[in-house]
Design a protein around this ligand. Structure first.
Ligand SMILES: Cc1cc2nc3c(=O)[nH]c(=O)nc-3n(C[C@H](O)[C@H](O)[C@H](O)COP(=O)(O)O)c2cc1C
Length: 197
């Protein structure tokens, strides 16, 4: 599997709507001008996918490098299906939608189209409005986040052990280092596909 796609520059965002939201990086600007079109790919298995089918108004918050890792942890590694992501997160209200305060700012989007494939829904939405919240930080890129993940996300479990996650199937392994020649017992990929949780 080619990892060249890791080199496509993307940002890290929080997408919220009525009832929840999640971290997304698969965001792209399609058109420019007063009301640009933005595309966002949302995994079908995510609760946010259901919310993005039931609502047409979405808020996309742009995260900065100095963001509190708890925001990424709550919104990117937990599901609203069984976890209240908003607990302990400071938010503001934008037309009834909870929006995290800890961002560079946000865009208000109106969904125009949804394109379905096997695993994802590609949402195409028009940017109606936007607001800057913080000018003293720069955009967090997905590449920077991956490189500094341990500074943002706790990689140890309650017993203090490091947890490694298979990026292909989600299998987890506990231990400081992966053993020599380790392959995933579930899907068979080698250790280069494992990341610290
Ligand atoms: C850095 C990062 C980028 C992510 N990018 C996306 C994305 O583009 N699309 C997506 O559907 N999920 C993405 N996720 C995963 C979701 O945020 C995650 O599965 C979340 O727990 C879903 O929560 P939900 O079930 O409440 O919707 C990303 C997670 C992280 C940490």
């Amino acid at each position: 599997m080619s990892k060249m796609y890791y080199r496509i520059s993307q940002g890290v965002y929080v997408l919220t709507t009525f009832g929840g939201g999640c971290i997304v990086d698969a965001v792209s600007q399609i058109s420019s001008g007063e009301n640009p079109l933005i595309s966002i790919a949302i995994m079908k298995e995510n609760y946010t996918n259901e919310l993005a089918h039931n609502n047409t108004k979405l808020i996309l918050s742009v995260l900065g490098k100095k963001v509190d890792g708890k925001l990424i942890e709550n919104f990117g590694y937990h599901s609203m299906k069984d976890f209240n992501k908003f607990e302990g997160i400071e938010t503001m209200d934008v037309d009834g939608i909870k929006v995290p305060l800890d961002s560079l700012g946000y865009m208000e989007l109106e969904v125009e189209e949804r394109i379905e494939n096997e695993t994802h829904t590609l949402i195409i939405a028009r940017c109606q409005n936007g607001k800057t919240l913080n000018e003293d930080d720069e955009e967090l890129t997905y590449q920077f986040f991956r490189k500094h993940k341990e500074e943002y996300i706790k990689t140890k479990n309650e017993e203090g052990k490091t947890v490694w996650v298979c990026t292909v199937c989600g299998y987890t392994y506990e231990g400081e280092e992966l053993p020599e020649g380790f392959t995933c017992p579930v899907c068979g990929v080698d250790s280069s596909y494992f990341e610290k949780k």
